[in-house]
Design a protein around this ligand. Structure first.
Ligand SMILES: *[C@@H]1O[C@H](CO)[C@@H](O)[C@H](O)[C@H]1NC(C)=O
Ligand SMILES: *[C@@H]1O[C@H](CO)[C@@H](O)[C@H](O)[C@H]1NC(C)=O
Ligand SMILES: *[C@@H]1O[C@H](CO)[C@@H](O)[C@H](O)[C@H]1NC(C)=O
Length: 213
């Protein structure tokens, strides 16, 4: 991956790279993402699933550049048997599901295909996404809406913060969740234990990528 990026950058005139430099972060040319702009995996026409429509929409000017399927655990702590489980973060492996979602063929996502990145938490309220070729993104939750089923963790909108963000991703939506909901109470847990609950979700990544560079 690294050598591909170097090759693409080497092919760009220096003046273009200078123009592409944004006020913050890096503004990468569309080709770097290898976006399939007109092919069967084009995502330019697709919109977030119905329940996510009650979240604030992506900020104008941002473009959907990647849809990943995350598989992992949502983590909770139980201080003692009378406490409610408290969110502690999550850990998930991300695979590229862009084509499958674009073609409405989610059942065909191969969760064992090569990971393109990882999702974890730097602290209890700061999710982090580290993706090959797209740098690191640290975010804050800005909106939540219930999933269609209460067995699934809510849909979210996350916005990138400057600190810890090295790439062009500005907003991420967590949608199409399955699982991840904590037990109703801590009565079955040992004091100060960590409860991990399996989940999957789609993560939709929006970036300030400039197509025309
Ligand atoms: C994800 O898959 C799409 C479609 O195959 C591809 O264009 C894109 O480069 C991939 N993105 C990443 C970050 O691997
Ligand atoms: C969450 O649980 C996973 C095990 O699924 C663990 O590897 C990870 O370190 C945990 N993260 C936190 C913040 O507790
Ligand atoms: C959680 O996922 C792991 C890894 O896929 C699996 O081994 C484990 O059985 C799952 N646990 C439950 C309770 O489904």
């Amino acid at each position: 991956m690294r050598s591909t990026l170097v090759f693409i950058f080497a092919g760009l005139p220096l003046s273009l790279l200078a123009i592409a430099r944004p006020q913050r972060g890096i503004l990468l040319p569309g080709q770097v993402f290898g976006r399939d702009v007109e092919g069967p995996c084009d995502v330019s026409g697709i919109t977030l699933p119905e329940n996510a429509q009650s979240l604030p929409p992506p900020t104008e000017g941002l473009q959907l550049i990647l849809i990943a399927q995350g598989t992992g655990t949502q983590n909770y702590t139980c201080a003692d048997a009378t406490a409610k489980p408290a969110a502690l973060g999550a850990l998930a492996t991300l695979v590229n599901a862009t084509c499958e979602v674009a073609q409405n063929a989610l059942g065909t996502v191969n969760e064992d295909s090569a990971a393109i990145g990882v999702h974890y938490f730097v602290d209890a309220s700061t999710p982090d996404f580290d993706i090959i070729g797209l740098g690191n993104t640290e975010l804050k939750k800005v909106a939540t809406v219930s999933a269609p089923s209460s067995d699934d963790v809510p849909f979210l909108k996350l916005m990138a913060q400057e600190q810890g963000t090295t790439g062009p991703i500005r907003e991420i939506y967590r949608v199409a969740t399955r699982g991840g909901v904590p037990p109703a109470d801590c009565s079955e847990q040992k004091p100060n234990s960590i409860v991990t609950v399996n989940y999957t979700a789609q993560y939709w990544f929006y970036s300030c990528v400039e197509e025309s560079v």
